[in-house]
Unconditional design. Structure first.
Length: 309
């Protein structure tokens, strides 16, 4: 009889074979976590209930895991269970029934956006003596100029993806196809780092398959390290990370009056609900200011700044 873990291993191998190494790793992390919870028991699909999944969630909460981490585990497990159901593995039930009592959404994260003024300061930094920092700075700016393109999609862009001054690519996370017109500032950066011997637009990857994935992970670590150093140089309160350019584009678009639906489409989100998570910190800040204005109508201040009772 097929156990959950033998089927999961097959799903992991299928993901790797398809070149979805990030998904394969997420599957492995989720399955290993669930396996520790069950005591490494070789469970069949028939033995898993919605109540067991709920207890697993509670155990993760007790261990101090973040809601978004728990949600990621649940979504990975739900995907595996759904594959088993669709493939007709005996005794499986619809995944939505198993996971209906646990959180599988997205919790608003700490504010990650920075203002256009700070991005301008970043662009004006003199980094001629630090070519590695300059390259990472330019990658950050390029991500912003290309409508918040994620780092993983940016580094995998190929020359064949660029036609008629437009980049056409599939998001590696959702497989959704997007097209981005190359504005002059973005074109300048792409020209600066063009390598005629590489099939990629940027000189980061040189291999495909497992070795290409290792190169990507190494490049991501180095990129974030460089962004951290740039944050210190600019004395930023919000440290730069690979996500900040994407969040900054979304927040700036919102502040400039761009409709949420258009921002969602521009980011390649599956729904506006995900976009609202990106913009939650901006909305909360605006609401706090509005609330302070309302409260100030009751508790006005005297000339010395003390609140009158």
């Amino acid at each position: 009889m097929t156990t959950i873990y033998t089927f999961a291993q097959s799903a992991i191998e299928d993901a790797r074979s398809a070149g979805r190494y990030g998904t394969a790793n997420l599957y492995s992390e989720a399955v290993n976590s669930f396996r520790r919870f069950t005591g490494n028991t070789p469970l069949t699909f028939k033995e898993v209930t919605a109540g067991m999944i709920k207890k697993y969630e509670e155990s993760l909460l007790q261990k101090g895991r973040r809601h978004n981490t728990i949600s990621a585990y649940m979504r990975m497990l739900r995907s595996i269970f759904n594959q088993a159901y669709l493939q007709g593995v005996p005794d499986t039930i619809p995944a939505d029934e198993l996971f209906r009592f646990v959180f599988t959404g997205y919790e608003p994260t700490v504010k990650r956006a920075i203002s256009p003024a700070l991005i301008r300061r970043l662009s004006q930094l003199n980094l001629e003596q630090s070519p590695n920092l300059r390259f990472s700075r330019d990658l950050f700016l390029l991500s912003f100029y290309l409508r918040g393109i994620p780092f993983v999609d940016l580094v995998h862009l190929r020359k064949t993806d660029m036609r008629h001054n437009t980049i056409y690519y599939y998001r590696r996370k959702t497989r959704q196809q997007l097209s981005v017109y190359i504005e002059p500032y973005a074109a300048e950066i792409l020209r600066r780092y063009a390598d005629k011997h590489s099939p990629y637009l940027l000189p980061i990857l040189s291999s495909v398959g497992p070795e290409g994935y290792r190169q990507y992970k190494s490049a991501l670590r180095l990129y974030n390290q460089h962004l951290h150093r740039l944050s210190k140089m600019l004395r930023l309160n919000v440290p730069l990370t690979s996500y900040v350019a994407r969040h900054s584009w979304a927040t700036t678009a919102k502040e400039e009056g761009v409709a949420i639906a258009m921002i969602s489409e521009g980011l390649g989100h599956s729904s506006e609900k995900v976009t609202h998570v990106y913009l939650a910190s901006f909305n909360n800040n605006a609401m706090s200011k509005a609330n302070r204005k309302v409260i100030s109508t009751i508790h006005s201040k005297n000339k010395k700044g003390k609140v009158k009772k």
